[in-house]
Design a protein around this ligand. Structure first.
Ligand SMILES: Nc1nc2c(c(=O)[nH]1)N[C@H]1C(S)=C(S)[C@@H](COP(=O)(O)O)O[C@H]1N2
Ligand SMILES: [Mo]
Length: 338
């Protein structure tokens, strides 16, 4: 009897570790990519989160035994359980639409990030050594049952959201909710972390464009002379999106072509910066206007990047420099650090 229980315990713990790592990885990936594969990644993220819920009853039984034995580290274990609980409930609440808004996503991501060091500690302090039987037919079947059960639960939740007419039915494939489309004043003003809205005097401001061979500067009035237009969806990882008519100048009109250029970086007056592949210079806009009017200070006045298909954190605001370089675009932190 003891042996049977022990095996179930091993299986549950290993499965839980796998699905937690999967949830974190798919969550990060969903933030990193904006289009294309994002739908699949977001679905996998939902299934991984629900797998945690499905494993919870077994894990609760295991934990109850552990708590009775009063081992050291119980406080950290309870903290880990709380963080996972917060991450999962806030994730589900956001997905169905009971709790939307940037704070919900901050709590969700904050709890998930906070759990990572505790997961690492837990793996070290309560090691489960891999055994041959972990790859037995029985455990593979159990893993397949968990995967199938999670996808079925995901389908069930999505069906419930639609039948019950919950706000979650309206969300985009990234999981974001519509806020202020074609009405920039209603669109939220968001910063990635700790940037503050600068007051820029467009008369003194200049855009510096550094091509590989030459540098030139542009005044605001000169840039207003361009009329490139893009309808683009700004999709913030804070969980909202908005479609707007942006106008300004495509980056490839300002950068001198050079076969050695592999990327360009857009730098804000605040120091915030993102590097994009040079091939996107023809798709990315430096916008001076949204909805036909100049940008507000919060939305990036006088000039901001518009990068359709990329999540909001790529849409650098208050741009003062564009610089081509031979550095590959991925040579940067995957997410901004400021
Ligand atoms: N300079 C700078 N640009 C930035 C950010 C920032 O913190 N600093 N945040 C980004 C993020 S996370 C988003 S979602 C969009 C939000 O644009 P909005 O405030 O115009 O809605 O700006 C992006 N551009
Ligand atoms: Mo964002």
């Amino acid at each position: 009897m003891g042996l049977g229980r022990w095996r179930v315990g091993r299986g549950t713990n290993l499965a839980l570790l796998v699905v937690i790592l999967l949830a974190v990885a798919t969550g990060a990936l969903a933030f990193a990519i904006g289009g294309g594969w994002a739908w699949w990644v977001v679905a996998a993220h939902g299934a991984a989160g629900l797998a945690i819920v499905l494993l919870a009853p077994w894990k609760t039984a295991i934990s109850a035994r552990g708590i009775r034995r009063r081992r050291s580290g119980s406080v950290a274990s309870v903290a880990l359980a709380m963080l996972v609980l917060i991450a999962v409930t806030s994730g589900v609440a956001h997905a169905v639409g009971w709790w939307t808004g940037t704070l919900a996503m901050q709590v969700h991501v904050g709890a998930a990030l906070g759990s990572i060091p505790l997961v690492a500690w837990h793996v070290v302090a309560r090691p489960v050594r891999p055994r041959k039987t972990d790859l037995s037919r029985r455990s593979l079947l159990r893993g397949a049952a968990l995967a199938g059960g999670s996808l079925a639960t995901l389908g069930g939740v999505e069906a419930f959201v639609r039948v019950a007419g919950l706000p979650g039915a309206e969300r985009r494939f990234t999981g974001s909710y519509e806020r202020g489309s074609f009405d920039p004043d209603r669109m939220p003003v968001t910063q990635w972390l700790d940037d503050e809205i600068p007051r820029v005097d467009a008369g003194l401001w200049r855009l510096e464009v550094r091509s590989l061979a030459a540098t030139r500067t542009w005044t605001f009035d000169e840039l207003l002379g361009f009329g490139d237009e893009i309808r683009g969806v700004l999709d913030c990882t804070g969980g909202w999106f908005a479609s707007q008519e942006w106008s300004g100048v495509r980056v490839d009109r300002l950068l001198e072509p050079d076969p050695d250029a592999r990327s360009f970086v857009a730098v804000s007056v605040t120091g915030y910066a993102r590097r994009l592949p040079i091939v996107e210079a023809s798709r990315v806009l430096l916008a001076t206007r949204v909805g036909g009017l100049p940008l507000s200070a919060g939305h990036g006045y006088p000039l901001r990047l518009v990068a359709p298909g990329r999540r909001g954190f790529w849409w650098v605001k208050w741009v003062e420099r564009i610089e081509a370089s031979s550095t590959p675009w991925w040579w940067q932190s995957p997410f901004p650090l400021t």
